[in-house]
Ligand binder design. Structure first.
Ligand SMILES: [Zn+2]
Length: 372
Protein backbone atom coordinates (compact mmCIF):
# COMPACT_ATOMS: atom_id res chain seq x y z
CA UNK A 1 0.00 0.00 0.00
CA UNK A 2 1.28 3.45 -0.88
CA UNK A 3 0.30 6.53 1.09
CA UNK A 4 -1.43 7.91 -1.97
CA UNK A 5 -3.86 4.96 -1.87
CA UNK A 6 -4.99 5.82 1.65
CA UNK A 7 -7.99 8.17 1.71
CA UNK A 8 -7.32 11.57 3.27
CA UNK A 9 -5.20 12.00 6.45
CA UNK A 10 -2.73 14.39 4.87
CA UNK A 11 -1.23 15.57 8.17
CA UNK A 12 -0.99 12.17 9.72
CA UNK A 13 0.81 10.84 6.65
CA UNK A 14 3.26 13.72 6.88
CA UNK A 15 3.93 12.95 10.57
CA UNK A 16 4.49 9.27 9.89
CA UNK A 17 6.87 10.01 7.05
CA UNK A 18 8.81 12.46 9.22
CA UNK A 19 9.12 9.88 11.94
CA UNK A 20 10.92 7.57 9.52
CA UNK A 21 12.99 10.28 7.84
CA UNK A 22 14.21 11.53 11.21
CA UNK A 23 14.89 7.93 12.27
CA UNK A 24 12.81 8.41 15.40
CA UNK A 25 10.67 5.36 15.17
CA UNK A 26 9.05 4.21 18.39
CA UNK A 27 9.30 0.48 18.65
CA UNK A 28 5.68 0.02 19.65
CA UNK A 29 2.79 1.99 18.25
CA UNK A 30 -0.91 1.81 18.89
CA UNK A 31 -3.03 2.83 15.90
CA UNK A 32 -6.37 3.79 17.35
CA UNK A 33 -9.53 4.47 15.37
CA UNK A 34 -12.51 2.83 13.68
CA UNK A 35 -11.52 0.42 10.93
CA UNK A 36 -13.35 2.59 8.40
CA UNK A 37 -11.07 5.54 9.18
CA UNK A 38 -8.22 3.63 7.59
CA UNK A 39 -5.78 2.64 10.35
CA UNK A 40 -4.74 -0.58 8.65
CA UNK A 41 -4.00 0.86 5.20
CA UNK A 42 -2.12 3.72 6.88
CA UNK A 43 -0.02 1.32 8.93
CA UNK A 44 0.71 -0.76 5.83
CA UNK A 45 1.78 2.36 3.93
CA UNK A 46 3.96 3.37 6.88
CA UNK A 47 5.75 -0.01 6.89
CA UNK A 48 6.14 -0.03 3.12
CA UNK A 49 7.76 3.40 3.37
CA UNK A 50 10.04 2.19 6.15
CA UNK A 51 11.39 -0.63 3.98
CA UNK A 52 11.40 1.25 0.66
CA UNK A 53 14.86 1.36 -0.91
CA UNK A 54 14.13 4.48 -2.89
CA UNK A 55 12.03 6.67 -0.61
CA UNK A 56 10.39 9.71 -2.23
CA UNK A 57 9.61 12.77 -0.13
CA UNK A 58 5.91 11.95 0.14
CA UNK A 59 5.61 8.26 -0.52
CA UNK A 60 7.31 4.93 -1.11
CA UNK A 61 8.52 4.31 -4.66
CA UNK A 62 6.22 1.33 -5.20
CA UNK A 63 8.64 -0.45 -7.53
CA UNK A 64 11.78 -1.40 -5.60
CA UNK A 65 12.06 -5.06 -4.49
CA UNK A 66 11.00 -4.17 -0.93
CA UNK A 67 7.95 -2.24 -2.12
CA UNK A 68 6.96 -5.10 -4.41
CA UNK A 69 7.18 -7.59 -1.54
CA UNK A 70 5.29 -5.29 0.79
CA UNK A 71 2.50 -4.51 -1.63
CA UNK A 72 2.19 -8.25 -2.13
CA UNK A 73 2.10 -8.65 1.69
CA UNK A 74 4.96 -11.13 1.29
CA UNK A 75 7.84 -9.25 2.89
CA UNK A 76 9.77 -11.85 4.96
CA UNK A 77 10.32 -9.39 7.82
CA UNK A 78 6.72 -8.27 8.10
CA UNK A 79 4.43 -10.49 10.16
CA UNK A 80 0.73 -10.38 10.84
CA UNK A 81 -1.34 -11.44 13.78
CA UNK A 82 -5.15 -11.17 13.60
CA UNK A 83 -8.24 -12.62 15.27
CA UNK A 84 -9.17 -16.18 14.33
CA UNK A 85 -11.98 -18.57 15.18
CA UNK A 86 -10.42 -21.00 17.64
CA UNK A 87 -12.75 -23.87 16.73
CA UNK A 88 -11.20 -23.79 13.24
CA UNK A 89 -7.61 -22.67 13.73
CA UNK A 90 -5.14 -22.15 16.55
CA UNK A 91 -2.63 -19.96 14.73
CA UNK A 92 -2.65 -17.34 11.97
CA UNK A 93 -0.44 -19.03 9.38
CA UNK A 94 -3.12 -21.19 7.69
CA UNK A 95 -5.19 -18.03 7.15
CA UNK A 96 -2.46 -15.84 5.68
CA UNK A 97 -3.78 -16.47 2.17
CA UNK A 98 -7.23 -15.18 3.16
CA UNK A 99 -5.64 -12.25 4.96
CA UNK A 100 -3.63 -11.22 1.90
CA UNK A 101 -6.49 -11.53 -0.54
CA UNK A 102 -8.80 -9.54 1.74
CA UNK A 103 -6.32 -6.67 1.92
CA UNK A 104 -5.64 -6.77 -1.80
CA UNK A 105 -9.33 -6.77 -2.58
CA UNK A 106 -10.27 -4.10 -0.02
CA UNK A 107 -7.88 -2.84 2.67
CA UNK A 108 -10.79 -1.16 4.48
CA UNK A 109 -12.60 -3.81 6.51
CA UNK A 110 -13.60 -4.43 10.09
CA UNK A 111 -13.72 -7.41 12.40
CA UNK A 112 -17.22 -8.28 11.22
CA UNK A 113 -16.11 -8.40 7.57
CA UNK A 114 -13.06 -10.46 8.48
CA UNK A 115 -15.06 -12.93 10.55
CA UNK A 116 -17.31 -13.46 7.54
CA UNK A 117 -14.25 -14.28 5.44
CA UNK A 118 -12.83 -16.89 7.79
CA UNK A 119 -15.97 -18.44 9.23
CA UNK A 120 -19.30 -19.07 7.53
CA UNK A 121 -20.93 -19.48 10.93
CA UNK A 122 -19.88 -15.98 12.00
CA UNK A 123 -18.42 -17.15 15.31
CA UNK A 124 -16.44 -14.87 17.58
CA UNK A 125 -12.84 -14.35 16.47
CA UNK A 126 -10.11 -13.83 19.05
CA UNK A 127 -6.35 -13.66 19.38
CA UNK A 128 -5.55 -16.67 21.50
CA UNK A 129 -2.83 -18.35 23.51
CA UNK A 130 -1.19 -20.35 20.74
CA UNK A 131 -0.90 -17.26 18.60
CA UNK A 132 1.46 -15.79 21.18
CA UNK A 133 3.76 -18.77 20.65
CA UNK A 134 3.55 -18.24 16.91
CA UNK A 135 4.39 -14.58 17.38
CA UNK A 136 7.40 -15.31 19.63
CA UNK A 137 8.72 -17.86 17.16
CA UNK A 138 8.51 -15.33 14.33
CA UNK A 139 10.24 -12.69 16.40
CA UNK A 140 13.07 -15.05 17.27
CA UNK A 141 13.92 -15.45 13.59
CA UNK A 142 16.77 -13.34 12.34
CA UNK A 143 15.59 -10.63 10.00
CA UNK A 144 16.06 -11.72 6.41
CA UNK A 145 17.14 -8.42 5.09
CA UNK A 146 19.12 -7.28 8.09
CA UNK A 147 16.83 -4.38 8.90
CA UNK A 148 13.64 -4.00 10.88
CA UNK A 149 11.27 -6.75 11.80
CA UNK A 150 7.65 -5.69 11.97
CA UNK A 151 4.78 -7.36 13.80
CA UNK A 152 1.22 -6.24 13.14
CA UNK A 153 -1.45 -7.10 15.71
CA UNK A 154 -4.76 -6.20 14.12
CA UNK A 155 -7.85 -5.74 16.32
CA UNK A 156 -5.65 -6.03 19.38
CA UNK A 157 -8.70 -5.69 21.67
CA UNK A 158 -9.51 -9.29 20.76
CA UNK A 159 -6.42 -10.70 22.49
CA UNK A 160 -6.95 -12.99 25.46
CA UNK A 161 -5.15 -12.56 28.81
CA UNK A 162 -2.32 -15.01 28.05
CA UNK A 163 -1.54 -13.32 24.77
CA UNK A 164 -1.71 -9.91 26.44
CA UNK A 165 0.77 -10.92 29.13
CA UNK A 166 3.19 -12.44 26.62
CA UNK A 167 3.15 -9.33 24.48
CA UNK A 168 3.53 -7.14 27.53
CA UNK A 169 6.73 -8.96 28.42
CA UNK A 170 8.10 -8.33 24.95
CA UNK A 171 7.16 -4.68 25.12
CA UNK A 172 8.94 -4.36 28.46
CA UNK A 173 12.15 -5.62 26.94
CA UNK A 174 11.82 -4.95 23.26
CA UNK A 175 14.20 -6.81 20.96
CA UNK A 176 16.40 -4.53 18.87
CA UNK A 177 15.06 -3.20 15.59
CA UNK A 178 11.65 -4.67 16.08
CA UNK A 179 8.57 -2.62 15.39
CA UNK A 180 5.20 -3.49 16.89
CA UNK A 181 2.10 -2.04 15.33
CA UNK A 182 -1.02 -2.71 17.36
CA UNK A 183 -4.31 -1.63 15.82
CA UNK A 184 -7.46 -1.22 17.82
CA UNK A 185 -10.95 0.23 17.79
CA UNK A 186 -11.47 -0.08 21.55
CA UNK A 187 -8.37 0.76 23.58
CA UNK A 188 -10.31 0.35 26.86
CA UNK A 189 -10.22 -3.38 26.31
CA UNK A 190 -6.40 -3.39 26.29
CA UNK A 191 -4.28 -3.70 29.40
CA UNK A 192 -3.31 -0.28 30.68
CA UNK A 193 0.26 -1.50 30.89
CA UNK A 194 0.20 -2.31 27.18
CA UNK A 195 -1.27 1.07 26.34
CA UNK A 196 1.34 2.87 28.41
CA UNK A 197 4.15 1.10 26.58
CA UNK A 198 2.96 2.04 23.12
CA UNK A 199 2.99 5.34 21.34
CA UNK A 200 -0.53 6.36 20.47
CA UNK A 201 -1.26 7.15 16.83
CA UNK A 202 -4.79 8.47 16.82
CA UNK A 203 -6.59 7.96 13.48
CA UNK A 204 -9.28 10.63 13.17
CA UNK A 205 -12.34 10.51 10.93
CA UNK A 206 -11.66 11.04 7.25
CA UNK A 207 -12.65 14.60 6.46
CA UNK A 208 -15.80 15.09 4.44
CA UNK A 209 -13.82 16.95 1.76
CA UNK A 210 -11.37 14.09 1.37
CA UNK A 211 -14.15 11.52 1.13
CA UNK A 212 -16.01 13.63 -1.40
CA UNK A 213 -13.07 14.02 -3.73
CA UNK A 214 -12.21 10.35 -3.35
CA UNK A 215 -15.75 9.38 -4.35
CA UNK A 216 -15.60 11.67 -7.37
CA UNK A 217 -12.24 10.43 -8.64
CA UNK A 218 -12.31 6.75 -7.65
CA UNK A 219 -15.99 5.89 -7.90
CA UNK A 220 -16.99 8.38 -10.66
CA UNK A 221 -19.84 9.72 -8.55
CA UNK A 222 -21.20 13.13 -9.40
CA UNK A 223 -20.06 15.88 -6.99
CA UNK A 224 -23.45 16.62 -5.44
CA UNK A 225 -24.15 12.97 -4.65
CA UNK A 226 -20.59 12.43 -3.45
CA UNK A 227 -20.93 15.28 -0.98
CA UNK A 228 -24.22 13.90 0.37
CA UNK A 229 -22.79 10.41 0.83
CA UNK A 230 -19.66 11.80 2.49
CA UNK A 231 -21.69 13.94 4.87
CA UNK A 232 -23.71 10.96 6.06
CA UNK A 233 -20.75 8.65 6.57
CA UNK A 234 -19.22 10.21 9.71
CA UNK A 235 -15.78 10.06 8.17
CA UNK A 236 -16.00 6.30 7.93
CA UNK A 237 -15.21 4.75 4.55
CA UNK A 238 -16.98 1.52 5.49
CA UNK A 239 -20.20 3.51 5.91
CA UNK A 240 -19.61 4.93 2.44
CA UNK A 241 -19.23 1.45 0.98
CA UNK A 242 -22.46 0.39 2.63
CA UNK A 243 -24.36 3.35 1.21
CA UNK A 244 -23.00 2.65 -2.27
CA UNK A 245 -24.01 -0.98 -2.05
CA UNK A 246 -27.56 -0.11 -1.08
CA UNK A 247 -27.82 2.52 -3.82
CA UNK A 248 -26.78 -0.07 -6.35
CA UNK A 249 -29.33 -2.57 -5.07
CA UNK A 250 -32.05 0.05 -4.92
CA UNK A 251 -31.53 0.84 -8.61
CA UNK A 252 -32.17 -2.82 -9.40
CA UNK A 253 -35.38 -2.86 -7.36
CA UNK A 254 -36.59 0.28 -9.13
CA UNK A 255 -35.96 -1.41 -12.46
CA UNK A 256 -37.80 -4.57 -11.43
CA UNK A 257 -40.72 -2.55 -10.16
CA UNK A 258 -41.01 -0.53 -13.36
CA UNK A 259 -40.84 -3.68 -15.50
CA UNK A 260 -43.52 -5.37 -13.44
CA UNK A 261 -45.89 -2.40 -13.55
CA UNK A 262 -45.37 -1.82 -17.27
CA UNK A 263 -45.99 -5.38 -18.40
CA UNK A 264 -48.98 -5.72 -16.05
CA UNK A 265 -50.44 -2.48 -17.32
CA UNK A 266 -50.01 -3.51 -20.96
CA UNK A 267 -51.43 -6.97 -20.18
CA UNK A 268 -48.24 -8.32 -21.71
CA UNK A 269 -48.51 -11.92 -20.51
CA UNK A 270 -45.22 -12.98 -22.08
CA UNK A 271 -43.43 -10.06 -20.39
CA UNK A 272 -45.05 -10.89 -17.06
CA UNK A 273 -43.95 -14.53 -17.25
CA UNK A 274 -40.41 -13.52 -18.12
CA UNK A 275 -40.32 -11.08 -15.26
CA UNK A 276 -41.62 -13.65 -12.74
CA UNK A 277 -39.12 -16.16 -14.05
CA UNK A 278 -36.23 -13.69 -13.57
CA UNK A 279 -37.24 -12.78 -10.04
CA UNK A 280 -37.76 -16.38 -8.99
CA UNK A 281 -34.05 -16.95 -9.62
CA UNK A 282 -33.02 -14.34 -7.03
CA UNK A 283 -32.49 -15.45 -3.46
CA UNK A 284 -35.30 -15.16 -0.91
CA UNK A 285 -33.73 -12.20 0.84
CA UNK A 286 -33.74 -10.13 -2.34
CA UNK A 287 -37.25 -11.28 -3.22
CA UNK A 288 -38.47 -10.09 0.16
CA UNK A 289 -36.61 -6.82 -0.22
CA UNK A 290 -38.20 -6.30 -3.59
CA UNK A 291 -41.68 -6.72 -2.12
CA UNK A 292 -40.88 -4.26 0.66
CA UNK A 293 -39.65 -1.90 -2.00
CA UNK A 294 -42.87 -2.30 -4.02
CA UNK A 295 -44.95 -1.51 -0.93
CA UNK A 296 -42.79 1.57 -0.42
CA UNK A 297 -43.46 2.65 -4.02
CA UNK A 298 -47.22 2.26 -3.56
CA UNK A 299 -47.03 4.53 -0.53
CA UNK A 300 -44.98 7.07 -2.49
CA UNK A 301 -47.62 6.96 -5.25
CA UNK A 302 -50.37 7.85 -2.81
CA UNK A 303 -48.23 10.66 -1.38
CA UNK A 304 -47.59 11.94 -4.89
CA UNK A 305 -51.32 12.03 -5.57
CA UNK A 306 -52.26 13.80 -2.37
CA UNK A 307 -49.27 16.05 -1.68
CA UNK A 308 -47.50 16.41 -5.00
CA UNK A 309 -44.22 14.93 -6.21
CA UNK A 310 -42.18 17.70 -4.56
CA UNK A 311 -43.03 16.23 -1.14
CA UNK A 312 -41.76 12.81 -2.03
CA UNK A 313 -38.24 11.81 -1.08
CA UNK A 314 -37.15 9.68 -4.02
CA UNK A 315 -34.33 9.18 -6.51
CA UNK A 316 -34.36 10.87 -9.90
CA UNK A 317 -35.38 7.65 -11.61
CA UNK A 318 -38.21 7.06 -9.14
CA UNK A 319 -39.51 10.61 -9.51
CA UNK A 320 -39.60 10.27 -13.28
CA UNK A 321 -41.55 7.05 -13.03
CA UNK A 322 -43.89 8.18 -10.24
CA UNK A 323 -45.04 11.22 -12.21
CA UNK A 324 -46.72 8.92 -14.73
CA UNK A 325 -47.45 5.99 -12.50
CA UNK A 326 -48.98 7.56 -9.38
CA UNK A 327 -52.44 8.21 -10.96
CA UNK A 328 -52.86 4.45 -11.36
CA UNK A 329 -52.76 3.96 -7.59
CA UNK A 330 -55.83 5.32 -5.84
CA UNK A 331 -58.39 4.73 -3.11
CA UNK A 332 -59.98 2.20 -5.45
CA UNK A 333 -57.08 -0.22 -5.43
CA UNK A 334 -54.47 0.70 -2.78
CA UNK A 335 -55.90 -1.70 -0.18
CA UNK A 336 -55.77 -4.58 -2.67
CA UNK A 337 -52.17 -3.76 -3.57
CA UNK A 338 -51.12 -3.63 0.08
CA UNK A 339 -52.89 -6.85 0.94
CA UNK A 340 -51.64 -8.80 -2.07
CA UNK A 341 -48.02 -7.74 -1.71
CA UNK A 342 -48.02 -8.25 2.06
CA UNK A 343 -49.41 -11.75 1.51
CA UNK A 344 -46.69 -12.37 -1.06
CA UNK A 345 -44.04 -11.37 1.50
CA UNK A 346 -45.57 -13.71 4.05
CA UNK A 347 -45.53 -16.66 1.64
CA UNK A 348 -41.96 -16.07 0.45
CA UNK A 349 -40.82 -16.13 4.04
CA UNK A 350 -42.46 -19.53 4.31
CA UNK A 351 -40.73 -20.84 1.20
CA UNK A 352 -43.57 -20.60 -1.29
CA UNK A 353 -42.78 -21.61 -4.88
CA UNK A 354 -41.60 -18.19 -5.97
CA UNK A 355 -42.16 -18.46 -9.72
CA UNK A 356 -45.85 -19.22 -9.24
CA UNK A 357 -46.12 -16.57 -6.57
CA UNK A 358 -44.60 -13.81 -8.68
CA UNK A 359 -46.69 -14.80 -11.72
CA UNK A 360 -49.85 -14.53 -9.63
CA UNK A 361 -48.67 -11.22 -8.26
CA UNK A 362 -48.36 -9.91 -11.83
CA UNK A 363 -51.87 -11.05 -12.79
CA UNK A 364 -53.38 -9.49 -9.68
CA UNK A 365 -51.49 -6.27 -10.39
CA UNK A 366 -52.87 -6.33 -13.93
CA UNK A 367 -56.41 -6.50 -12.56
CA UNK A 368 -56.01 -3.81 -9.88
CA UNK A 369 -54.09 -1.35 -11.99
CA UNK A 370 -56.99 -1.01 -14.39
CA UNK A 371 -59.54 -0.06 -11.71
CA UNK A 372 -57.88 3.09 -10.44
ZN1 LIG B 1 10.30 1.32 -2.80
Amino acid sequence: VKFKDVIGHKELKRDLIREIQADKISHAQLFLGKAGFGGLPLALAFVQYLFCENKQTNDSCGVCPSCVKNSDLQHPDVHFCFPIVLAENKVCDPLLGDWRSQIKKEPYFNLYDWTNVIDNKGRNAVIGTEQSGELLRKLSLKSYEGGYKVMFVWMAEQMNATFANKILKILEEPPARTLFILLTESPDKLLITIRSRTQLVRIPRISSDDLTSYLITSHQIDPQKALTIANFSEGNYLEVLETLEFAEEKGTYTEWFIQMMRSSYKKDVHGMMNWADGLSKENRERQKQFISYALHMFRLSIMTNYLGIEFVNASEEEVKFLKNFAPFISGNNIREFFKTFNDGYYHIERNAQSKILFTQLCFQTMRYIHVA
